[in-house]
Design a protein around this ligand. Structure first.
Ligand SMILES: CC(C)(COP(=O)(O)OP(=O)(O)OC[C@H]1O[C@@H](n2cnc3c(N)ncnc32)[C@H](O)[C@@H]1OP(=O)(O)O)[C@@H](O)C(=O)NCCC(=O)NCCS
Length: 182
């Protein structure tokens, strides 16, 4: 098993980093089920966004990993020097307590440790909470994908492509934000 690179995280298996506080009691399969449950609670209109099987398949691949807590998780995929944040979900009742930031911070550390020079993501232009969180974490807007999301009412919404570069001014900005959090 790979040695944990983090003071706060332990590795349940090479591709699941579990933040130490309030650890989940079971193994990788239970983690996948819990992540799917959290995703369902966060996206009630997209029940099949992440199923346990989809998460297990993803984590079985060489380059994907998860950061988990009982109330939230992130899923990422690293391809060479680029990592993609596929999902960052926190249960509604656990929001605005810093958990999303903590999971994201750990995910960025892990992506960097795996060789990524940048992390990118797509976010709904109307998702104010996520936009504020990513801005605070040092992500910058790279572009727009028009008509990218199908909304529950059948209309289409746009997505922003955002990226966080390691070792640039963005990193300094994110570190300042992290310091002001603590
Ligand atoms: C986006 C999300 C992960 C944030 O999780 P969280 O645990 O509430 O985030 P944090 O508590 O760490 O918030 C950090 C900062 O982000 C910003 N933020 C978070 N939620 C916000 C909201 N509803 N409105 C405005 N800003 C918000 C604030 O700047 C906040 O700092 P503050 O609480 O000191 O003001 C959570 O709202 C979520 O799961 N949403 C549904 C799923 C989703 O949209 N995921 C992102 C897909 S791209």
């Amino acid at each position: 098993m790979a040695k944990s690179l983090f003071a706060s995280g332990q590795r349940l298996q090479p591709d699941i980093v579990e933040l130490r506080e309030n650890v989940l009691p079971d193994g990788p399969v239970e983690h996948s089920a819990r992540m799917a449950e959290i995703a369902r609670a966060c996206w009630p209109d997209g029940a099949d966004r992440w199923t346990p099987a989809m998460i297990e398949t993803l984590l079985a691949s060489d380059n994907a990993f998860a950061v988990c807590r009982p109330d939230g998780f992130a899923l990422l995929r690293v391809s060479g020097e680029e990592a993609e944040l596929l999902s960052l979900d926190v249960l509604p009742e656990a929001r605005r307590r810093g958990l999303g930031s903590e999971i994201l911070r750990e995910a960025l550390h892990e992506a960097q440790a795996r060789g990524a020079c940048e992390v990118y993501l797509e976010v709904d232009t109307e998702n104010a909470a996520a936009l504020a969180l990513y801005d605070r974490a040092g992500f910058v807007t790279r572009g727009t994908r028009k008509r990218y999301y199908r909304k529950p009412d059948g209309t289409w919404g746009d997505a922003l492509v955002m990226a966080r570069f390691f070792g640039s001014d963005d990193t300094d900005r994110a570190q300042r934000a992290e310091r002001s959090d603590s």
